[in-house]
Every structure is written in C-alpha cells, then in structure tokens.
Design a protein around this ligand. Structure first.
Ligand SMILES: Cc1cc2nc3c(=O)[nH]c(=O)nc-3n(C[C@H](O)[C@H](O)[C@H](O)COP(=O)(O)O)c2cc1C
Length: 452
C-alpha cells in the first residue's frame, strides 16, 4: 500500500490592515488578546491606529509567533480623494514602508518583511540600496512588492506631467528590476565592488554599488498587477504574486494561467508562489461565524461607504440615491472621475452590468450589492472549517498560500494564529518551525547564483 501523500505546505503572509474598505475602524480597538512580551506596557493611548509603531509591532510579532512567511505593507503615494475631498480613511496618513520595516527588523527574528514600492516613481540605484540595506539589517528577510501605480493623479506628486502609459509602466518596471539585480550582483563573491553599467531605454546608470551583495542574493520580488502585462512580468521576474483571485474557481484559473507562462522564461512552477489576498472570520460554531461575518460586513460597508463605492464604479454623483433602495437606472459615465488614487475598474460598464444582474437576481439593495461584491469574506467558519477550506484551496491548486488581510488593526490575526495555525500544522499543511533564517528559506526559493 502506498502511504498517503503529505499535503502541499502552504505559505502565509500578514497584510497590515490599511486604508482599504476591509478595515473596520468604527469599533474601538480591542487591543491584543495575547500580548507579546513587553508589548502591553509600551502601548500608547491611541494604540490601534495604523501609524503607531506599536500597531505594526503587534501584528508582526503575532505573525512571527504563527511562523508566517512574511509581513506585508501596501503603499499609497498620494492621499485618495473622493469628489474633491480627501477620503476619510486616508486622513490618518501613510508612513513610508521601508522605514517601518527597518524598525520591525529589530523586534523580529525570522519573519520576512515585504514593502510595496512603486517602480514608476523611484530610481533603481536608490531603491536597490535601500532594499539591500534592509536585507542586511534583517539577516536576509527583505522583499519588494513591485507595483506600477495606477494613475496620473498619484504621479503629480512625483514627476512632471505625472503620467506613464500602462504598457510603458510595465516596461519600466521590468527594466527596473533587472537593473536592481545587476546592482545586487555587482560585488565579487570575495566582497569587492565591481563597476556596473546599465544602458537601457529607461535607465542609463553606471558606477559602483555601495552596499555589499544582500544575504539573500536578491531580496524576494513580489508582483501585484492583474493585466496580461502584469502576469507576464510576474512570470518573467517575480518570486511571489499577490493576487486578488481569492475564490476557488477564480484562484484555479489564475494559478493555471500564471504558472503556464513560466516555461517561456525557463522557470519551473515552484519558482513562483501565488498568494491571493484573503479574509477570514472565525466562530465557535458555523452559525456564530456566519453571524459575525454578516456584522463585520455591515461595519465595513456603511450606507455612506456603499454609495461612495457605487460612485467609483458609476463615475457620477449618486448622493441622492437611497443606499437601501435599488441600483440606479442610469448607466455609468465611462469617462467620469469622482475619485482619485485607487486602483480603477478597467471596464465600468461591464462591472455595472454584473452588479445589476446580481442585484436583480437576488433582489439586493445598493448596500447589499456592494457588500456582496466587495465585502464578502473568503473563509468563514469554525477554526477547523477554515483550516480545512484553506488546505483544500492549496490542494486544488487555487493558491500556494495566502496573504491574510485582517479587518482589525492590530489584533486581527491573534485568533487565527492561536486557533487555526495549530490545526493547519496538525494536518501537515503548514510548517511547525522555520527551516532557515531567510525569507527565501521560508518560501523554498533558491538563492540566485553569484556572478563570478
Ligand atoms: C492585489 C493587488 C494589490 C495592489 N497593491 C498596490 C499597492 O499597494 N500600491 C500601489 O500603488 N498599487 C497596487 N496595486 C496596483 C498595481 O501596481 C497596478 O498599478 C495596477 O493593478 C494596474 O496594473 P494591472 O492593470 O496590471 O492590474 C495592486 C494591484 C493588485 C492586483
């Protein structure tokens, strides 16, 4: 008899809850249920804010206690606006990611530290040295989520004219990553800097790199764009994809599509890990979890948030509509801009058609439709149900692992780590200890060979 096959081990990452519609700010921060050593004493009075170091520290320590692969920070380079006013979630501000991660490197030992940094608004030499520095400071735990940033509005903060076309942004990103890797590879194995020279379409740089080769060789590269160009860029250059395809069917289709693209670059399926962003809600019984999930969705999508979300798709002022009433009969304005600074819906008419069909089929109001389309949690149930379901996704090749996006700052992962991680470990679906010191070790990725 052949012994049963061990399940594929999943990877887990902790997304710091930020200025997105999944974060619930209306409830007072509950504070940690399990306090890391020394954590409670240093908690400032407004603990729970997304800008306090104590919040970052708490989530990172809990993720490390849960043996997560990495901690993840998204990035927004300009405060978003809606109908000419700063979006209220943004008023707290957004600290710079690599600075936060450098501080976290000092209070964690094994956890990977991933920063989202735009390839459109930075320069290779400057960013390569900051990432190499973080990799050195953390003993090989740095990762870079390479995003291309979505609009001219953000660009106004950075460059004359503000804008690069979509395809041009990806060409720049690909050359950016290649150049950064040339810089990281420029030192000899004996630790002597060699001159580098990169003459491409986007960058003409030469000189000597001032940081020795990073402990991981190259910090881990993550990619998070969904278009054909984005997927191709991931297949060519990334180690991890942060995807938005968190359902079983969408996840499987995305997984198959991106893994299929790897062969053209001489890469094996295991060389690129696919990790959708997902949410979870736990309860002692399935019914209790469902009840909590419904309550959280109501908190995430208030009547005002429902209208605001609808306005983003419709590109129009819809403030006269009743959030508890039906969807507007008027069509979206394909060119209308009511909000700036968020990832846009590519085809508004198609999104609106889907939302209308859903609302008609199920008799949903505006608010219920927004809840259904943007707020439904990925995994809801008892800890065992959630562990089983996550393992099923990985076994079915809908994901190599997950980036967990909790809805509370900073205690949103406590319960998951205490109650779900042990069950994943019990069934062999998650590690019981870190196998090595670096993020590449956690992800099972080879260290890039040195240039001799
Ligand atoms: C799951 C996901 C997360 C993203 N996170 C960020 C982010 O934190 N900051 C940012 O500037 N852009 C972010 N982006 C935007 C991408 O970098 C990219 O600009 C955008 O998706 C347009 O590219 P695409 O057409 O290939 O999707 C994200 C995209 C996806 C799909």
């Amino acid at each position: 008899m052949t012994p049963p096959q061990a399940p594929r081990r999943m990877h887990l990452a902790a997304h710091f809850p930020g200025v997105n519609n999944t974060t619930v700010w209306a409830v007072p921060p509950a504070g940690p249920t399990t306090t890391p050593a020394g954590g409670a004493a240093r908690r400032p009075p407004h603990f729970g804010s997304q800008i306090d170091f104590a919040s970052f520290e708490h989530l990172a320590r809990v993720a490390e206690r849960g043996l997560f692969d990495f901690f993840f920070l998204a990035e927004g380079l300009r405060l978003r606006e809606h109908k000419g006013r700063i979006h209220d979630l943004d008023v707290v501000g957004r600290p710079e990611s690599l600075t936060v991660l450098a501080a976290l490197a000092a209070v964690t030992e094994r956890l990977g530290l991933a920063a989202t940094v735009s390839a459109t608004f930075n320069e290779p030499y400057e960013l390569a040295r900051r990432l190499a520095s973080l990799d050195h400071l953390s003993g090989g735990r740095a990762a870079w989520n390479v995003v291309t940033s979505s609009d001219a509005f953000t660009g106004e903060n950075f460059r004359r004219g503000g804008y690069l076309q979509h395809a041009e942004r990806y060409a720049r990103a690909a050359e950016f990553v290649a150049t950064a890797r040339e810089l990281w590879d420029s030192w000899t194995p004996e630790g002597v800097p060699r001159p580098f020279a990169h003459h491409g379409r986007h960058f003409r740089v030469s000189g000597e790199f001032d940081v020795p080769r990073p402990p991981q060789g190259h910090p881990v590269v993550i990619q998070a764009g969904d278009s054909g160009e984005g997927r191709e860029f991931a297949a060519a250059a990334a180690d991890v994809v942060f995807s938005r395809h968190g359902t079983l069917d969408e996840g499987r289709a995305f997984f198959a599509d991106v893994k299929r693209r790897l062969a053209a670059y001489g890469r094996a399926p295991g060389d690129l890990k696919i990790m959708p962003g997902v949410t979870h809600v736990l309860g002692d019984t399935a019914a209790e979890a469902q009840e909590r999930a419904a309550e959280i969705r109501r908190q995430q999508v208030s009547p005002q948030t429902a209208l605001l979300t609808l306005e983003q798709v419709w590109g129009r002022d819809l403030s006269s509509y009743d959030p508890d009433g039906p969807l507007p009969a008027v069509d979206p304005d394909p060119g209308g801009e009511v909000s700036h600074g968020r990832v846009r819906h590519h085809d508004r008419l198609a999104v609106a058609a889907r939302w209308r069909a859903l609302s008609e089929a199920k008799g949903l109001s505006i608010r219920q439709t927004v809840i259904e389309t943007t707020g439904r949690q990925s995994f809801i149930g008892t800890p065992r149900q959630v562990a089983d379901e996550m393992a099923r996704f990985v076994a079915a090749e809908a994901a190599d692992g997950f980036i967990l996006v909790p809805h509370l700052t900073p205690g949103g992962l406590d319960e998951f780590v205490d109650r779900v991680v042990p069950l994943l470990q019990e069934r062999g679906a998650f590690r019981t200890e870190y196998s090595g010191p670096t993020l590449r070790d956690h992800l099972g990725l080879a260290r890039p060979r040195e240039r001799t």
